[in-house]
Design a protein around this ligand. Structure first.
Ligand code: ADP
Length: 642
């Protein structure tokens, strides 16, 4: 029975975008359909290892294109796995596979960036057929299954029909009823050039019946004078089918890399770099990896597509082998073709397999050393790459202890001594540390603007000490794992005590500090009493030279940035109080002392204690408790001080 159904709202949105020319390059519809057909053949070949019935005796793998000029249709036929009726509904009528959320995100980005090609990353795949067709008919049947075949049809206008359908052969057939102005896609040369350009490396023959007219020939093979012309039809394979990664490295042109990369990554730009090598010895495999030039929209999403496809002896196994690369290298795309793994490996086995572990080790080593080389030889290029993927690469410092040595040379940070967008490596930082500086200083926060003006930096600036700006959320974890570099401790400027002075200076200043602490003991205790709910101690600071006050965390306590991150992750933030540090040389301290000495019951004094805390919170970018009270007090002061 034929039923009419509505597309999921998101699908219809996507279809509208596709139909109204989301892609400027319409040719790619054929690439998408051929790629789907090739995936479907990969699948049936793979599954047939454990279930031969799927094959139904048909393993002459082929993707056939049929251009019918009279009917105005272009048909793509495959003998791949095919789909059952529920699979068609799931795969074609909904956006189940990548998650509606990811799609909506992509859509938002497309709309805001005004870059329609972005959606290409999302791999609209099958739907791209509606760029060239005003009606699409898909018939399909799953091999070795008792389920009947089915037929799906739509004009892309909100609904589709679906019905059971007798289909003798396994696989999928897609008939595109071409729009009038798209009939050029029936032209043999057009099809030939698109296949050559986009699908040359597809492993299966992409074939087409080609009809040629030639002069009639006699039995002797000679042309018969005046014998007229005859039509001859023969099937031709349009692609070379050479798996690009099996070819010698130097044979592959940049264009070929580009097309292959676009095919496996759904990216619309060329790759940043390719890494192509063959491993021999204990583990034999070929790897062709790509570093993308820009980050995909789903880099930080759980359901993102995996990057490296696994083949065994040129047979596709999976594009979802998690064990092949660690998560922090999830931006790497490419192919690994192993000679050692059995063809019938299962997902579970892959996770634990020692061969895969060996491959992983080798791939990670290769990627990291390639990055190291780019950093050394082409620092400008490395910066571009790092701007896109630095925050992801840094995760490695936390999760991949074995490669810590390499990774710590690859990470970069901006600092008090760099311009925005020109980060430094730890090596450079250490090389220019002035004499007397013993530790590597850093400050964490959400942006350069925020940390660059922090009062915590004042004394460091005064000493000429560079302070690294750690402004990626992951940095908090990075510094926990990377506690020292080149024998020097990494030290947060807003935590614990800082020692910026030489032994002698320290002695002198400590005595002075003691004196001040003694002299202002009453005041400090008074302030602490007033702010008891918010701070756990009030003391004089050796960090401040200009500002009146700042908040600091204990050596191991939560700092403001960590609190923000935890809140953003919807985690409960443990109640922790920090220390309010005052600048003993700031006029405010003198004023407070005078007021305190004159009348400690003066209500204004309590208000000023609150203002001190608010100042400290505001300068570090934290919210204050009572903004209304704050503005009222400041307004009063302004009026008074006119
Ligand atoms: P993608 O290929 O990126 O997954 P598509 O929209 O092109 O997205 O296809 C959705 C799904 O429909 C595929 O993942 C696959 O499961 C199924 N599919 C599409 N074309 C075919 C085909 N020719 N044979 C079998 N399954 C197919």
């Amino acid at each position: 029975m034929k039923t009419t159904k509505h597309f999921q709202t998101e699908v219809q949105k996507l279809l509208d975008l596709v139909i109204h020319s989301l892609y400027s390059n319409k040719d790619i519809f054929l690439r998408e359909l051929i790629s789907n057909a090739s995936d479907a053949i990969d699948k049936v070949r793979f599954e047939a290892h454990s279930n031969e019935a799927l094959l139904e005796g048909n393993s002459d793998w082929k993707i056939k294109l049929v251009a019918d000029k009279e009917a105005g249709t272009l048909t793509i036929v495959d003998n791949g796995i095919g789909m059952g009726i529920s699979e068609v509904e799931e795969n074609i009528g909904t956006i189940a596979r990548s998650g509606t959320k990811a799609f909506m995100e992509a859509l938002k980005e497309v709309q805001s960036s005004n870059n329609p090609e972005l959606i290409g990353q999302f791999g609209v795949g099958f739907y791209s057929s509606f760029m060239v067709a005003d009606k699409v008919t898909l018939t399909t049947r799953k091999g070795g299954s008792p389920e009947a075949g089915c037929r799906w049809e739509s004009t892309g206008d909100g609904t589709y029909t679906i019905e059971e359908f007798e289909k003798p052969t396994r696989g999928t057939e897609i008939v595109l009823h071409l729009k009038e102005e798209m009939k050029g896609y029936l032209d043999e040369w057009k099809i030939r050039s698109i296949v050559k350009k986009y699908s040359d490396y597809v492993q299966y023959p992409v074939a087409m019946d080609i009809t040629r007219t030639e002069p009639a020939k006699g039995l002797d093979g000679k042309v018969i004078e005046g014998g007229g012309e005859i039509e001859k039809t023969s099937e031709e394979t349009l692609n070379s089918m050479k798996a690009i990664w099996t070819r010698p490295k130097n044979d592959i042109s940049e264009e070929e890399h580009e097309e292959f990369y676009k095919h496996i990554s759904h990216d619309f730009e060329k790759p940043f770099r390719s890494i192509h090598y063959a491993a021999e010895g204990v583990s034999e495999f070929k790897a062709l990896l790509y570093l993308p030039g820009h980050k995909p929209f789903d880099l930080f999403m759980q359901e993102r597509k995996k990057g490296v496809h696994l083949y065994v002896k040129r047979v596709f196994i999976t594009d979802n082998c998690e064990a092949l690369l660690p998560d922090y290298l999830r931006f790497v795309k490419g192919v690994v073709d192993s000679s050692d793994l059995p063809l019938n490996v299962s997902r579970e086995i892959l996770q634990e397999d020692v061969q895969i572990k060996r491959i992983q080790k080798s791939l990670v080593g290769k990627v990291l050393s390639s990055l190291g080389e780019i950093r050394d030889k082409e620092p400008e290029e490395y910066l571009k790459f790092y701007a896109e993927f630095g925050p992801v690469l840094k995760e490695g410092l936390h999760f991949d202890y074995a490669n810590k040595e390499k990774l710590q040379e690859l990470v970069l940070f901006e600092s008090t001594a760099t311009e925005a967008g020109k980060p430094v490596s730890l090596k450079e930082y250490v090389a220019r540390m002035p004499e007397g500086q013993k530790e590597i200083y850093f400050i964490t926060g959400t942006s350069r603007e925020m940390v660059a003006n922090s009062p915590h930096l004042e004394a460091f600036r005064g000493k000429g000490y560079e302070v690294l700006f750690l402004t990626d959320p992951v940095d908090e974890w990075v510094v926990q794992s990377l506690s020292e570099y080149d024998g020097k401790k990494l030290k947060a400027v807003d935590r614990g005590d800082v020692e910026l002075e030489s032994e002698e200076e320290k002695k002198a200043s400590e005595e002075k500090k003691k004196e001040q602490q003694e002299q202002y003991k009453g005041l400090l205790e008074f302030i602490k009493g007033k702010l008891e709910e918010s701070v756990k101690e009030v003391r004089f600071s050796s960090r401040l030279t200009e500002s009146a006050c700042c908040l600091v965390a204990d050596e191991y306590g939560l700092n403001a940035n960590m609190e923000r991150i935890m809140k953003a992750m919807n985690q409960d933030v443990p109640k922790s109080k920090r220390i309010l540090e005052l600048n003993p040389n700031h006029p405010i301290v003198k004023v407070l002392e005078e007021m305190y000495a004159a009348d400690s019951g003066n209500p204004r004094l309590a208000d000023y204690c609150g203002l001190l805390l608010d100042q400290a919170l505001l300068t570090e970018g934290s919210p204050i408790k009572d903004p209304l009270k704050f503005t009222k007090l400041v307004s009063e002061l302004m009026v008074k001080a006119k």
